[in-house]
Design a protein. Structure first.
Length: 560
């Protein structure tokens, strides 16, 4: 009976196929079919490489394309975090710790070439220099008063009864904070009448600057190499370089933002970029060999403000602290301090511009379509270092570390003294006009680049506020800000204890014990994605479909 029924099924399917042939031939003859059977030239499907490495590369490319197609900025950032429920393992870059010999790894991790800041040589530059001389005389007394007021205010605080003595790093931070705020106030008052862009800037005090990106060209750790050597399809690739994920966290004294961008100063000819790319140092070792530490957290990009449609979203100037550098050992050498300043300027400028680019729809996997610029000042109140940074590319992951022709550029000056000291009488001694002139040059750099909306954020096609579903808007905002808050999960990441590693994995000596742990049940906690969690329960009294509606027992999720 089973054989007979199978024969009947085959006979029925063949009859249906024969009945459909006349209709298909008629459609082909009339041209109403979806495609022609014959073409003038042969068409072959693309030949794809089927190796494990090629398949993983295509999967990564498809995921990067999915991120690019996500409509809103918040959803793009959520999409980047989707593969990891517990967060990524990242190298902790910050503005407080700069180890010895940190400049090569910083240049490699940001794809930045370092140059010296040139003096203006064009006719327009000479005219601006002559105008700066007039502003110098007008601003000189105001800046000196600001410095004396800052020192007097700080010394007065030290005499208060509730004053708690602090270490040298904290004292320098507190004093420099007051000096930077007072100098910024004085220069804006002097220059705002002749430079209207200073009236439109947004001033952020101690803002939160964070950025996340991926870097390729790093040697694989020993455990990764050993893991690949144990698999036949990966043992030939065991020594290949891998990607390192980086998370920068910083908080400058002051940051100024404007609606328009600064004018780019670096050309983008292919020959010059190739020559500059050859100057880039390669740091293939693990960053932990220098003293950097690794942590687990979600990818966070915050340039000091939340995503918004309109507003001053481009960085004009930031003042960074160098207080932690005073603890560096003298045995590091004479050039070490300047290298540390350069490393701090590069990573703080790159991270701030990367976070701003993220709010325009770009990220470490989707490259910029236009350059972005900013200015950075590193100071302790007495000595000032001036830098300019241009961000041309964000692609540093995978093979891009070798194939990407674009490079970023940073140029700066050595530390310049603004004054020698404040005397016992509270007067400024040996004030340096050249340093003040350089500071005026930074403030009078007018942002002039204005871009249309489709050019400004070509990969952003919608805003969260445009969604009609209020529940969807609320979910996206809460999820985005929860990830940005870096709060830990209510349950900690599962851990293999040392005794389990010894007695249950390396030497299987507890065979009779019940298997309850995740590694015994073949569960990988790192494969848990962001959406794999219990949904929020909706009480019957507030369900939109009524008390008896069981379909709306849980709140809907809107992950991208």
């Amino acid at each position: 009976m089973l054989k007979l029924s199978r024969v009947n099924q085959l006979r029925a399917s063949s009859l249906r196929f024969l009945a459909a042939q006349p209709q298909a031939q008629a459609e082909a003859a009339s041209g109403s079919g979806t495609s022609n059977e014959n073409s003038p030239e042969p068409e072959y499907p693309p030949i794809r490489e089927l190796t494990y490495k090629a398949i993983k590369r295509r999967e990564a490319g498809d995921w990067h394309e999915e991120i690019r197609k996500v409509p809103t900025v918040e959803e793009k950032l959520i999409k980047v975090n989707m593969p990891r429920y517990y967060g990524y393992k990242v190298v902790d870059f910050n503005d407080n710790k700069i180890p010895y010999n940190a400049l090569p790894v910083t240049q490699h991790y940001t794809r930045t070439v370092l140059q010296e800041l040139p003096l203006p040589t064009t006719d327009e530059g000479q005219k601006s220099e002559s105008s700066l001389d007039s502003f110098l005389q007008a601003a000189r007394n105001d800046v000196i008063d600001a410095l004396e007021l800052a020192h007097d205010f700080y010394n007065h605080q030290a005499t208060l009864p509730d004053f708690v003595p602090s270490d040298s790093v904290t004292r320098e931070r507190q004093l420099t904070q007051v000096i930077v705020e007072q100098v910024n106030r004085a220069l804006q008052q002097v220059l705002s009448a002749d430079y209207p862009h200073l009236n439109d800037v947004e001033v952020d005090y101690n803002p939160r600057h964070e950025a996340f990106w991926a870097v390729g060209g790093v040697d694989a750790p020993k455990n990764v190499q050993n893991s690949k050597k144990g698999r036949d399809w990966q043992k030939d690739d065991a020594s290949d370089s891998v990607d390192r994920l980086v998370q920068y966290t910083g908080s400058p004294y002051l940051a100024l933002r404007h609606r328009q961008q600064l004018c780019p100063w670096m050309t983008e000819t292919e020959s010059e970029n190739i020559e500059l790319a050859r100057q880039l140092p390669r740091f293939k070792h693990d960053a932990r060999t220098l003293g950097y530490r690794t942590t687990y957290q979600h990818a966070v990009n915050v340039p000091g403000y939340w995503p918004s449609a309109n507003g001053p979203n481009f960085g004009l100037l930031s003042f960074q602290s160098r207080a932690s550098l005073q603890m560096r050992h003298k045995a590091y050498g004479d050039s070490d301090f300047q290298e540390a300043l350069n490393a701090l300027a590069i990573k703080s400028s790159y991270a701030w511009l990367l976070a701003q680019a993220t709010y325009n729809g770009f990220n470490t996997y989707n490259d910029l379509t236009y350059p972005m610029n900013t200015q950075t000042v590193i100071t302790n109140g007495r000595e000032w270092s001036f830098y300019e940074y241009q961000l041309n590319t964000l692609l540093l992951h995978g093979n891009q570390v070798d194939e990407n022709p674009r490079v970023n550029s940073c140029r700066g000056t050595p530390p310049l003294p603004l004054y020698a000291e404040i005397s016992e009488k509270g007067k400024c001694v040996d004030f340096n006009d050249a340093t003040l002139k350089q500071l005026l040059r930074v403030y009078t750099n007018v942002p002039k680049v204005a871009r249309a909306a489709n050019e400004l954020h070509p990969y952003v096609t919608a805003r969260t506020t445009d969604y009609d579903n209020a529940q969807q808007r609320d979910f996206i905002e809460k999820t985005f800000k929860h990830l940005s808050s870096k709060r830990p999960r209510h349950l900690e990441l599962p851990e293999i204890y040392l005794w389990e590693k010894l007695y249950k994995i390396d030497y299987k000596t507890r065979a009779m014990e019940a298997k309850r742990r995740f590694f015994e049940l073949d569960i990988n906690p790192w494969r848990r994605t962001l959406e794999k969690h219990d949904k929020e329960y909706v009480p019957r009294a507030v369900r939109p479909g009524g008390r008896k509606n069981r379909e709306d027992r849980f709140k809907k999720t809107f992950y991208p």
